[in-house]
Design a protein around this ligand. Structure first.
Ligand code: SF4
Length: 328
C-alpha cells in the first residue's frame, strides 16, 4: 500500500460527470481508493493511480474553507464522494474527511455520505450534533462474507456495515441502503435478498436504492478475477450480459453494458416486494437504468431530503436555511 499526498488543481467542490449528479456539489479528498471493489468504474479511469495507491489532496480542508468564503451562494449539500470512499481505513483519510465534514456542517451545508467503510466512532458525535445535515447511504448487497470479500476485498465486512446501521440508528440518523451493484446469480438470489432484508428489518430502514452491475472492459476483467476460483459462477454472471444492451450513463458520451431490461425489471419488482415485506421502500436508480425509469434521480432524492430537513428547521428557527442553493 502506498499513501501519499498530491496537489489539487482547480476547485475542491466539483460536479461529477454522471448524469444524475451533474448538478450536485461533490468532493473527492483522495485520488485512488483502497477498497478495490471488483465492480468499481473508477479503476478503469486514466487518472486512477493503481491498486493499493491512495493520494490525499494537499491542504484540501483549508482550500474548502477559502472556496466557501468566496461563494455568493452555498450548496445545499455536498456528496462524498464520486471517485473514492471517504471512510477508507487509512487514518490520514479519515482525519481529512472528518475535518471537511465539520467545515461543511459549520457552514450549515448538508453532507450526503455513501460508504462501504466502517464509520469510526468519533464521527458519531459529529453526526449526532448535526443530524439534520446528514444523509448516509450504506452500500451493502449481501451478508455473506465470502461474496463480499471477493467483490470488495478491502472494504468493511457485512457485520461492520450492519454495525454502522445500528450505531447510526441509535443516534437517530437512519441511513438509506444502497443495493448497488446487484450481481446476477450472486447477490440477487432469493436467499441473499431475504436474508439481508430480514437482518435490516429491525432497524427501521425506510428506503433502498437498487441497481445492477454494468460492465466495462476493466470491470469485466476484475469480476473475472474476483470469481476466478469458481469459474462456473464467473461464466454464469457474464452469460447474463450476452443479451444485454449498451446504455449511456454519463453527461459526456460514455457507454456501459447493462443487463437485459426484462431481466432487470423482473428482478427489481421481486426485490421491491421482498423489501416491502420488511417495511422498506425500494426504488430503482433512474440514473443507472434510464431505459426503465428516470425517477428518482439521486440528485432529486437527496435534494428533497435536505430541502425537507431545512424546511423543518425553518419552522422552528426562521434564521436558518437561507442563502442556500443546489447551484454550484
Ligand atoms: S468504494 Fe467506491 S470508489 Fe472505492 S473501490 Fe469501491 S466502488 Fe470504487
Amino acid at each position: 500500500m502506498q499513501i501519499g499526498s498530491i496537489e489539487r488543481r482547480g476547485h475542491v467542490l466539483t460536479r461529477p460527470a454522471l448524469k444524475c449528479l451533474n448538478q450536485v456539489a461533490a468532493i473527492n479528498p483522495t485520488l485512488g481508493c483502497i477498497h478495490q471493489c471488483a465492480y468499481c468504474y473508477v479503476r478503469g479511469y486514466t487518472m486512477y493511480p493503481g491498486d493499493g495507491k491512495v493520494f490525499i489532496y494537499d491542504a484540501i480542508v483549508e482550500k474548502l474553507r477559502r472556496e466557501l468564503s468566496k461563494r455568493r451562494k452555498l450548496p445545499l449539500y455536498v456528496f462524498f464522494s464520486p471517485t473514492c470512499d471517504v471512510l477508507q481505513p487509512i487514518p490520514q483519510v479519515l482525519k481529512v474527511t472528518y475535518d471537511l465534514m465539520r467545515v461543511l456542517f459549520e457552514h450549515g451545508i448538508g453532507v450526503n455520505l455513501l460508504t462501504k467503510g466502517k464509520i469510526p466512532v468519533n464521527f458519531l458525535p459529529l453526526f449526532q450534533r448535526y443530524k439534520k445535515l446528514v444523509h448516509v447511504q450504506i452500500g451493502i448487497t449481501t451478508l455473506c462474507r465470502d461474496i463480499q470479500r471477493r467483490l470488495e476485498p478491502y472494504a468493511s465486512t457485512p457485520a461492520e456495515r450492519v454495525r454502522n446501521i445500528e450505531r447510526l440508528c441509535a443516534i437517530d440518523v437512519v441511513p438509506e441502503i444502497k443495493l448497488d451493484p446487484l450481481i446476477p446469480d450472486v447477490t440477487d438470489t432469493e436467499q441473499n435478498i431475504t436474508t439481508l432484508f430480514k437482518a435490516l428489518q429491525k432497524y427501521g430502514i425506510r428506503s433502498t436504492g437498487m441497481n445492477y452491475l454494468f460492465l466495462r472492459p476493466q470491470i469485466k476483467k476484475n469480476i473475472g478475477k474476483a470469481f476466478r476460483n469458481t469459474p462456473l459462477l464467473a461464466n454464469n454472471i457474464l452469460r447474463h450480459y450476452e443479451k444485454g444492451k449498451s446504455i449511456n450513463l454519463l453527461a459526456a458520451q460514455s457507454h456501459v453494458f447493462a443487463l437485459d431490461m426484462q431481466y432487470r425489471k423482473q428482478a427489481y419488482t421481486y426485490i421491491a416486494e421482498c423489501a416491502k415485506a420488511s417495511g422498506i421502500y425500494a426504488y430503482v436508480c433512474g440514473c443507472k437504468n434510464p431505459d426503465i425509469t428516470e425517477e428518482p434521480l439521486c440528485a432529486t432524492t437527496w435534494g428533497q431530503y435536505f430541502e425537507e430537513k431545512f424546511t423543518q428547521k425553518r419552522l422552528f428557527s426562521p434564521k436558518t436555511g437561507t442563502n442556500r442553493s443546489i447551484e454550484l
